[in-house]
Design a protein around this ligand. Structure first.
Ligand SMILES: *Cc1c(COP(=O)(O)O)cnc(C)c1O
Ligand SMILES: [Zn+2]
Length: 413
C-alpha cells in the first residue's frame, strides 16, 4: 500500500502530496489516496509503535517519530457486557497510549510529516489531549510546539503539555475559538498546523491503525459495531478509513457499523443525524459539558461534521447523545465493572451502548467494540454530589466497623 495523492472530499479534485492543507479549487477537505495493488495489511512486529504500519500510512519510515503509541489492549469486558446484555463486548483502551489518549496516533504521523517537510515549529488547537500529545512528540522530535487550548481546559492536560516543554496559550470561549487562533497563527508564521480536525490531511490517517489492530486482535474478523466518542470526528473517520483499507486489500470481506456518541450539551452531529439531514450546522447553544474532549461546536468548519456524518451513514451506523448524568454514569460504571479508568469523554460509549440496546439497534450476540479514547488520570474530578471523602484514622483499631460500612463492590453490577 502506498500513498499516491490527495483528493478533495467535496469536488473530487486531485492534488499532489504536499504540505498544502485544503483543496486548491474549492477549499474542501483533502483525503490521502492509496495504491492498493500488491498489498496486504501485516504489521512489522519487530518495530515499535505505529512504525509497524509505516507501509500503510503516508509517511517515510526514515523520519518516523515514535513514543511507542498504538498496540493498545483489546479487553474482553465480561462484567460490563453482562450489565448491558452483550455477550461479546470489547474495550479498546486507548488510555494506554504514551500520553494517555488516542491522539498519539494522529500526532505521531503529523510530527513525522513535519520532520519530513523540514519545518521546525508546530502549532495545535486542542481541548487538552492533542496538545499534550503534540508537546510530547515535538520534544522527541526536537521541534518547537505551541499549544492553544480553551481557558477551561483540565489543569492536568495543560500541565502535561507544559512539562513536555510546549508554550501553552489559553483562549477564551469554546474550542472553536482556539481552532481559529491556531489556524491564523499557522498561516501567519508558516508553522505546521497539527490541530486534530481534518485541517491537516495526514494526521487523521494515524487513527486508521485502531481498525487494523482491532481486526488483528479479533483474529481477522470484523465486529458488528464500533462505538466512538465524537467531537469533530477524525477518530471515527480514521477508523472507518482503516476498515476500508482492510477491505480494499482483501483482508476482510465486510465492514462494521459505526456509532458516534456526543454530549447532549454539544451534539451538532447527533442533531443532524436525528433530523435526517445531510449537512451538519454549527452548535450555537454553548458547549458546557464535563466531556470537554468532545465539546466541539464546529463554528466555522461545520463541513468537518458533515464528513463525519457521511461516514456514519455509509457504515449504516448511528449517533446518540448523553446527558451529563449519563456521562458520569459511564465513567463510574466502566471503572467499577472493568477496572478501566477513563476521562468523561473517553467513557461515553458505555451509556451510548445502553441506549442503542434499549432501542433494539444492538443485540446480545453481536460483537461490539467500544473505543475508550482517554485516560481518567487527566481529569481530576469526581462526579458532583459524590461524597466519598476518605476517612482519616490514627491506627488499625479505628478501622473497626469502618470497613464494612462501605460497599466496596462495583456499584453497578
Ligand atoms: C479528541 C478526543 C476525542 C474526539 O475526537 P475527534 O476525533 O475530534 O472526534 C474523543 N475522546 C478524547 C479523549 C479526545 O481527546
Ligand atoms: Zn475541492
Amino acid at each position: 500500500m502506498k500513498a499516491i495523492y490527495m483528493k478533495c472530499v467535496k469536488c473530487g479534485n486531485q492534488q499532489q502530496l504536499s504540505q498544502n492543507y485544503s483543496c486548491k479549487q474549492c477549499g474542501g477537505i483533502l483525503q490521502i489516496q492509496y495504491d492498493y495493488s500488491n498489498s496486504e495489511i501485516r504489521k512489522k512486529s519487530e518495530r515499535i509503535g505505529l512504525l509497524k504500519y509505516a507501509d500503510y500510512l503516508p509517511v517515510n519510515a526514515e523520519y518516523f517519530v515514535t513514543l511507542g503509541e498504538g498496540d493498545t489492549p483489546l479487553l474482553k469486558a465480561n462484567h460490563l457486557g453482562r450489565w448491558l446484555g452483550l455477550k461479546k463486548l470489547y474495550l479498546k483502551d486507548e488510555g494506554c497510549n504514551p500520553t494517555g489518549s488516542f491522539k498519539d496516533r494522529s500526532v505521531a504521523v503529523g510530527i513525522s510529516k513535519t520532520l519530513e517537510f523540514g519545518a521546525n515549529t508546530i502549532i495545535i488547537a486542542s481541548s487538552g489531549n492533542g496538545g499534550a500529545s503534540a508537546a510530547a512528540y515535538a520534544a522527541k522530535a526536537g521541534l518547537r510546539a505551541v499549544v492553544i487550548v480553551p481557558a477551561d481546559t483540565p489543569i492536568n492536560k495543560v500541565n502535561q503539555a507544559i512539562m513536555y516543554g510546549a508554550q501553552v496559550i489559553k483562549v477564551e470561549g469554546p474550542y472553536s475559538n482556539s481552532y481559529h487562533v491556531a489556524k491564523k497563527a499557522a498561516e501567519n508564521y508558516g508553522w505546521v498546523n497539527l490541530t486534530t480536525t481534518f485541517i491537516n490531511p495526514y494526521i487523521v490517517e494515524g487513527n486508521k491503525t485502531i481498525a487494523y489492530e482491532i481486526v488483528e486482535s479479533l483474529g481477522w474478523t470484523v465486529p458488528n459495531w464500533i462505538v466512538v466518542p465524537v467531537g469533530d470526528g477524525p477518530v471515527l473517520v480514521g477508523i472507518w478509513r482503516g476498515f476500508m483499507d482492510l477491505k480494499a486489500v482483501g483482508a476482510i470481506s465486510r465492514l462494521p457499523k459505526i456509532a458516534a456518541v456526543q454530549a447532549e450539551r454539544c451534539a451538532p452531529i447527533v442533531r443532524a443525524f436525528e433530523n435526517g439531514k445531510d449537512t451538519v450546522d454549527p452548535w450555537t447553544m454553548g458547549a458546557g459539558t464535563i466531556a470537554s474532549g468532545i465539546a466541539d461546536t464546529l463554528d466555522g468548519y461545520s463541513e468537518d461534521g458533515t464528513l463525519t456524518l457521511k461516514c456514519i451513514r455509509e457504515s449504516e451506523g448511528y449517533a446518540v447523545s448523553l446527558s451529563e448524568e449519563e456521562i458520569w454514569e459511564s465513567v463510574v460504571t466502566l471503572a467499577r465493572a472493568e477496572g478501566v479508568f477513563a476521562e468523561p469523554t473517553g467513557a461515553v460509549s458505555v451509556i451510548g451502548m445502553r441506549k442503542m440496546i434499549a432501542q433494539g439497534l444492538m443485540t446480545s450476540n453481536e460483537t461490539v467494540v467500544a473505543i475508550i479514547t482517554g485516560n481518567g488520570l487527566k481529569t481530576p474530578h469526581l462526579p458532583p454530589n459524590y461524597s466519598h471523602e476518605p476517612q482519616v484514622v490514627k491506627d488499625a483499631d479505628e478501622l473497626n466497623g469502618l470497613i464494612l460500612e462501605r460497599n466496596c463492590l462495583p456499584h453497578a453490577i
